[in-house]
Design a protein around this ligand. Structure first.
Ligand SMILES: [Zn+2]
Ligand SMILES: [Zn+2]
Length: 347
């Protein structure tokens, strides 16, 4: 495993940064396409000429256009459940539970939110332009947006007694209360719709989700704001993709640096071994020459001359072969750890 230049944890980090980076890049490319399509989409004036324009278009269909108008319900509009006199065409009722959850890792209480109940109601509606010209909006719930007006918001505080406190202590959860909201797309609100415009068989112009898979938008902002918002989102995804890619590069560089250090260390050891080997040849030569080595003999094998200095203690007590054969890097004389070993040169 030591030879392997990358460790499991680094592998996991590298893998996830590559995966996240490609995912974010994919979303970024998709957003770019949406922005390009929005930039190309013509803004059509909503007036009596629109039906004629559609009639003259082959297929009676314009693939991606922008229409701005005011919301007008076709039949009976939806009435707000909480605000007297508010009427709309899309209504969203949400009940969220807020509680504090004990986070044992951070040792604090953290906020947690959960949707307990959600209901969306919608009635058919038109976008009204000048001179009573209008466009029917199809499948409004499939669109991205619109940001709706909050007509009601109420927080119901949780109340609890002594036994509740004990159970909270045991479960690690403290209910804070429930937030009740009602959002509405009101009648009379100005709305920007981006989608496929068709002249239906009943000769009514209708806007619907594009059949080529482009994003369908309904927005209470004007078209320019919507376009800038989408551009901003694309930029966020691009930055996220870059950050993840950089993290991947950093992990690679980290692993590379460690690998380089390992190689350098091994190279140094190899060099030292060679140096000692050359000395060993000299030693044998001395033995063959019949020189007396007994006084200077290695304390372990008692035959070779002492050939190395053990650091930091500085003892000169053994030959290199015996040093290499030590079960642990501990000086045989004083039992200190051997941090380094250098060859001993005798002139
Ligand atoms: Zn020896
Ligand atoms: Zn020593």
């Amino acid at each position: 495993m030591e030879d392997f230049p990358i460790r499991t944890l680094e592998m996991v980090c590298l893998g996830s940064s590559v995966a996240l980076s490609s995912l974010f890049y994919y979303i970024y490319r998709k957003k770019c396409k949406t922005v390009d399509k929005l930039n190309e989409a013509p803004v059509l004036p909503l007036d009596e000429k629109l039906a004629d324009l559609l009639n003259a278009t082959p297929g009676k269909c314009l693939q991606y256009v922008v229409i701005e108008g005011t919301v007008q319900s076709i039949g009976e509009p939806l009435r707000s459940q909480f605000q007297e006199g508010s009427v709309g065409v899309i209504q969203k009722l949400v009940l969220r539970e807020h509680k504090l959850v004990w986070n044992s890792l951070a040792r604090t209480w953290t906020d947690s939110e959960r949707v307990l109940h959600q209901r969306v109601n919608a009635v058919p509606f038109n976008l009204l332009g000048v001179n009573k010209a209008f466009v029917r909006v199809l499948c409004p719930l499939e669109a991205t947006g619109p940001k709706m007006e909050i007509v009601h918001e109420k927080f119901h505080q949780a109340s609890y007694g002594f036994t509740d406190l004990i159970s909270q202590y045991l479960s690690g959860e403290k209910p804070k209360g429930q937030l009740e909201t009602e959002e509405m797309l009101k009648v009379g609100a100005s709305l920007t719709a981006v989608g496929e415009l068709i002249l239906d068989t009943d000769r009514l112009p209708k806007i619907r989700p594009p059949t080529d898979g482009s994003e369908y938008f309904l927005s209470t902002d004007d078209f320019e704001t919507l376009r800038l918002e989408q551009e901003g989102q694309a930029e966020v995804w691009r930055v996220l993709a870059c950050i993840c890619a950089l993290a991947g590069v950093a992990v690679l560089m980290w692993a590379g640096r460690r690998y380089y250090r390992q190689l350098k260390l091994r190279w140094e050891q190899e060099n030292m071994r060679r140096e000692f080997e050359m000395m060993g040849a000299g030693e044998r030569g001395e033995e063959e020459n019949g020189m007396d080595v007994s006084e200077n003999a290695c304390v372990i094998c008692l035959s070779n001359p002492r050939g190395c200095v053990l650091l930091d203690c500085g003892h000169v007590c053994c030959c290199f072969r015996c040093y290499q054969a030590l079960p642990q890097p501990i000086c045989p004389i004083c039992r200190q750890n051997i941090k380094r070993v250098v060859p001993l040169y005798q002139a």
